[in-house]
Design a binder for this molecule. Structure first.
Ligand SMILES: [Zn+2]
Ligand SMILES: [Zn+2]
Length: 332
């Protein structure tokens, strides 16, 4: 397999036969419209269950070790409401991130009829994903776990058992934000509890025995610290990605594929759904309705891929290009 300069094979790119569309048949059961999106990946399902378990563990310790036994009712009620509300929003965001189609490209749409219907003009190319037989629109990438091409794919996150892409990035950002907030809140409460209970008799501080109470609180501290660091770094990275309109994958490929970016505010508004409002923080309100793909979204300009004119393609570039059929020509 070798790469040849773009101008040598532009003609064959435009021929649907080159992309071997006869090998692509739409899936026999496309699935009824509106079926729930759920990735059947054992590791992802296990990670998602662990996530829920850890949130519920924190909930248990905060309520039954710290707040309910406390005699300061105002402190308990206010902190109880804040913590439970944040935990509920975190789990709701988790469900939405997991069960929302991140922007999957229709499987098996790289058929001869479909490529012909696009009526490619000189200088235009389409990219076929050989793994899921779909035509890749710009900024779509194939995910080997989801086994689909995902529009604006950022990364596949096993903790939410789904890809983070165009349609669910908002939920993922909210999930990392609410987890960071409940971790911080739990750490502050543990701090107060230790301070308060060192001064008083331990038996008045918790309904559990002192050793059990200490172990439960130390485990919560450890969990809170770990998740605070992990989710705030993730939150920062995601906000940076949205503001610079560049996904994690694009950041890795930037050197080879320079591209035009949208303004940062426009990108933020598109991700969170319209002008700034409290609904940005609401996991039950979706981002902008996903726009159906138009014909021109499938087609890309060969000229924009300036580096393909270079005959000296490095090993690294060919690695990246492996899944993009229109770049490759077999030397059979
Ligand atoms: Zn694919
Ligand atoms: Zn994925």
């Amino acid at each position: 397999m070798m790469l040849i300069p773009t101008h040598h094979f532009r003609d064959i790119e435009r021929k649907p036969e080159y992309l071997q569309p006869e090998k692509c048949v739409p899936p026999p059961h496309p699935g009824p419209v509106g079926t729930m999106w759920f990735i059947r990946d054992g590791c992802g399902i296990a990670c998602a269950i662990v996530t829920w378990f850890l949130v519920l563990y924190a909930e248990f310790v905060v309520l039954f070790v710290m707040l309910i036994p406390s005699r300061d009712y105002v402190y308990s009620i206010i902190n109880g409401i804040v913590f439970n509300l944040l935990a509920f929003l975190a789990l709701a965001s988790h469900c939405r991130a997991m069960l929302t189609d991140p922007g999957a490209v229709p499987k098996g749409n790289a058929t001869k009829e479909f490529i012909e219907s696009l009526q490619l003009k000189p200088g235009q190319v389409v990219y076929k994903c050989p793994k899921c037989c779909s035509i890749k629109p710009d900024r779509a990438h194939h995910c080997s776990v989801c086994k689909r091409c995902i529009r604006k794919m950022d990364h596949h996150c096993p903790w939410v058992n789904n890809c983070v892409g165009e349609n669910n990035q908002k939920y993922f950002v909210l999930f990392t934000m609410y987890i960071a907030l409940i971790s911080l809140h739990a750490l502050i409460m543990v701090g107060f509890h230790f301070l308060h209970c060192f001064e008083e008799d331990w038996t008045k501080c918790s309904s559990f025995s002192p050793p059990t109470t200490v172990i439960l609180l130390i485990l919560l501290c450890f969990e809170g610290l770990l998740f605070l660091i992990f989710t705030s770094v993730m939150f920062g990275t995601q906000v940076h990605s949205i503001c610079t309109d560049e996904t994690g994958i694009e950041r890795l490929k930037r050197k080879h594929q320079p591209r035009e970016r949208r303004g940062s505010w426009k990108s933020v508004k598109e991700t969170f759904g319209g002008d700034f409002s409290p609904s940005w923080l609401n996991p039950f309100s979706g981002p902008c309705d996903p726009k159906p793909l138009r014909d021109r979204d499938w087609v890309r300009q060969a000229a924009s891929l300036s580096d393909t004119d270079n005959t000296e393609t490095t090993e690294e570039q060919s690695e990246e290009r492996k899944d993009e059929d229109s770049m490759e020509v077999t030397d059979e």
